[in-house]
Design a protein around this ligand. Structure first.
Ligand code: NDP
Length: 331
């Protein structure tokens, strides 16, 4: 059984010497198990994370073990009532030619319905990523502009096409002219920007004359930075991937958004002026809490208007202690 093991944890870009190709006996399936012959192995960006032992949402691959990965296989021996020899199955057998799997972990595939390899892409994990992150988090509405990075890839290509189905303007960002041509001419994107040859900010401005309502982020980094300059009121940003930093030894300068993705945390812009119509609700609660002594309040009162500028400068230096106000005249 040909297998690829993780030999060393890559530093920066993975190297072939980080992996070892080994030959082992083909295993025998036990009770409730099947023996699969791998036909297709999926390679996905998340695997870079599994090669590191940094904290993440799943445990890393142990050194000297078979690399993990989604697979489409044919069952060649079965000790499970629901699978017969010859069945095609979607599983998670990893980087190896044969594997024993528990029947419960497999999904049977119908080769007459679609090419079996699609289960690793458009009808599998990447397709589901595109579908749910766009529709559930992005909430696209007809007429809105959707920008997606890695636009010709497994996830991005589906995002742009679903955006079009929902009546949106779809704008891709991709890494070559060939990828961009494909996105526009074959997939029906309205525009696509080559991130390697075009200046991102001006190209986005041209491609998104009405601004950006949804940014489906597969990359973070420079593309996110440029997109944010043109984001619209009430825009949504599904943070789906940060591939621009997967090989980075240290997080890039500025806030690192990776924990937001891992923890499915929410950052949302806020302006109090949106809440003026709920002022009564606010006043009722806060006045009551004050009366009941549940809220405490501290004021830092500066005497005399002539001291206002000095006090304001101090505010930005942290010299105030409590809510800074100026007593201008005696009451
Ligand atoms: P793709 O098929 O899109 O392949 C990866 C692409 O990423 C490359 O072809 C390249 O496209 C782009 N890329 C690589 N390096 C950089 C960089 N430094 N800056 C910008 N772009 C870069 O892969 P997938 O569709 O499988 O995955 C896309 C993203 O979605 C990944 O970030 C992945 O981790 C994420 N993902 C997240 C999931 C989730 O549950 N959160 C599930 C599945 C995927 P180009 O040359 O066009 O720029």
């Amino acid at each position: 059984n040909q297998q690829i093991l993780l030999k060393t944890r890559p530093v920066g870009e993975p190297k072939e010497s980080d992996f070892a190709l080994v030959e082992n006996p083909i295993p025998e399936p036990g009770e409730g198990e099947v023996l699969n012959r791998t036909i297709y192995l999926s390679l996905d960006p998340y695997m870079r994370g599994r090669m590191s032992d940094r904290e993440s949402y799943v445990a890393p691959v142990e050194l000297a073990s078979v690399m993990v990965g989604g697979t489409v296989s044919q069952v060649i021996k079965s000790n499970h009532p629901q699978f017969s020899t010859g069945d095609f199955v979607l599983g998670y057998d990893g980087w190896q030619a044969y594997a024993v799997s528990k029947g419960e972990t497999l999904r049977k595939l119908d080769p007459n319905q679609a090419p079996i390899s699609y289960a690793l892409g458009i009808t599998g994990m990447p397709g589901m990523t595109a579908y749910f992150a766009l529709l559930d988090v992005g909430q696209p509405k007809a007429g809105e502009t959707v920008v997606v990075s890695a636009a010709s890839g497994a996830v991005g290509s589906i995002v742009g096409q679903i955006a079009k189905i929902k009546g949106c303007r779809a704008v891709g960002v991709a890494g070559s002219d060939a990828k961009c041509d494909y996105a526009v001419k074959e997939l029906g994107f309205d525009a696509c920007i080559n991130r390697k040859t075009q200046e991102l900010s001006s190209a986005l401005k041209d491609a998104c004359p009405n601004g950006i309502d949804i940014y489906f982020d597969n990359t973070a980094g420079a593309i996110l930075e440029a997109v944010l300059q043109q984001i619209n009121l009430g825009a949504r940003i599904p943070l789906v991937g940060l591939i621009s930093q997967y090989n980075a030894e240290n997080p890039p300068p500025g806030p690192n958004l990776m924990p937001l993705l891992i923890k499915r945390a929410l950052i949302k812009g806020f302006l109090v002026l949106d809440y003026q119509h709920r002022q009564t609700e606010f006043l009722n609660d806060v006045s009551q809490w004050l009366r009941e002594g549940k809220l405490k309040y501290k004021e830092d009162i500066v005497e005399g208007l002539e001291n206002a500028s000095h006090a304001f400068i101090g505010l930005l230096q942290g010299k105030n202690f409590g809510k800074l106000i100026v007593k201008v005249n005696n009451d």
